[in-house]
Design a protein around this ligand. Structure first.
Ligand code: NAP
Length: 326
């Protein structure tokens, strides 16, 4: 935590030129494993862009990396700057980059870590122009949640119209988009959420909301064509019983879902992947109000470690976003 106290009292104009803040993980373990360090600003190479990050979305992957749960999948050299989505402004383009200039407002899912820093070098092809009408905080809440929800619904090989879809974890970042995408596809949407989040999920269009803290979804739904699991754990094991014979369970939280599927059941794990054209479309829909993006909480840069912990332990519906300009 060496430089945190110093930096906390240092405003951006007095930071050393060519340096910026980075929230870096030094060891696997706990919220105390992070420190805010002063790091040098990298130069963009061919095809790359240097972005001044203005806001970044907090994701479940942050604490899973922090606690070492996914160290065999995400091989990071420590200290490592976490954060997988951001919005900001182009500062400099590297050789060969076309279509972007200094001052452009951009947003992205990184497909890797590095967003929790004042400066980020990123492949130009991962960037999407932030639509007018979206603030940086609003833009940073969209990439991972919206694209993951979108891809989950693309896994199914049938038309969702009039099909029965059960979404577990519907109040979260991904779930809030998944409910809207499933409704837009014409599905009948059943959604689980905690008591406090039921009104939010209902307002997104879910046809039936189930309070997972007080109700057993197995007793309330059956013949589900698509189970969307955004929670993992025993929610997966309990969901096989509610699937229709041809149904499919898509999980983003249980990597071993296929091996846990009973004989004759289909379970698929999905990893988010970048799709800038789709992200641009979705961001535009949010900007026009056709799609709702829900922000649970906006925190400052120095609050990121506690916000990452809150992502693990529970938060209000929607996404937690860090505003670096606070
Ligand atoms: N595979 C991938 O590419 C990928 C991509 C994005 C996210 N993920 C993972 O997917 C999960 C969801 O992501 P997210 O960003 O949507 O997380 P999130 O914003 O933290 O949302 C999780 C939601 O699940 C709810 N919940 C917790 N236990 C539940 C239960 N037993 N039944 C129903 N709902 C329950 C929580 O509600 P309460 O807080 O009200 O209890 C919360 O609203 C995370 O584990 C994340 O790491 C994976």
């Amino acid at each position: 935590m060496s430089q945190l106290a110093d930096l906390e009292h240092t405003n951006s104009t007095s930071r050393p030129i060519g340096h910026g803040r980075a929230l870096r993980l030094h060891t696997y373990g706990s919220p105390e494993s992070f420190s805010v360090d002063s790091v040098s600003v990298p130069d963009p190479g061919p095809g790359e862009v240097l972005v001044e990050v203005k806001a970044a979305g907090v994701n479940g992957l942050d604490w899973k990396i922090r606690d070492g749960h996914v160290r065999n999948i995400f091989r990071l050299e420590l200290p490592a700057t976490l954060g997988i989505e951001m919005a900001g402004v182009v500062l400099q383009t590297g050789p060969g980059v076309t279509g972007l200039v200094r001052g452009d407002r951009v947003m992205a899912a990184l497909g890797q870590c590095g967003a929790y820093a004042d400066h980020l070098v990123i492949d130009a092809e991962k960037l999407v122009l932030t639509p007018e009408g979206l603030s940086d905080v609003e833009a940073a809440a969209i990439p991972v949640a919206a694209m993951t929800a979108w891809h989950v619904l693309q896994v199914v090989d049938f038309d969702l119209s009039e099909r029965r879809v059960l979404i577990h974890g519907a109040a979260g970042g991904v779930g809030s988009f998944a409910v809207q995408f499933a409704k837009a596809a014409g599905a009948i949407v059943y959604a689980t959420a905690s008591t406090k989040s039921l009104p939010h999920v209902r307002s997104l269009g879910a046809d039936k909301v189930i309070d997972y803290r007080h109700q057993h979804f197995e007793l309330l739904v059956a013949d589900i064509d698509l189970v969307v699991d955004l929670v993992g754990g025993d929610v997966v094991d309990r969901s096989w019983a509610v699937l229709s014979p041809d149904g499919i369970l898509v999980s983003i939280a249980a990597p071993d879902v296929a091996s846990r599927a009973p004989q004759g059941r289909r379970g698929v794990f999905l990893s988010n992947r970048p799709d800038t054209a789709r992200l641009a479309e979705i961001a535009q829909q949010v900007a026009t109000g056709a799609l709702r993006s829900t922000i649970a909480e906006v925190v400052g840069f120095y609050d990121l470690p506690s916000a990452i912990e809150r992502n693990r332990t529970g938060h209000a519906p929607g996404k937690i976003v860090a505003d670096f300009t606070r």
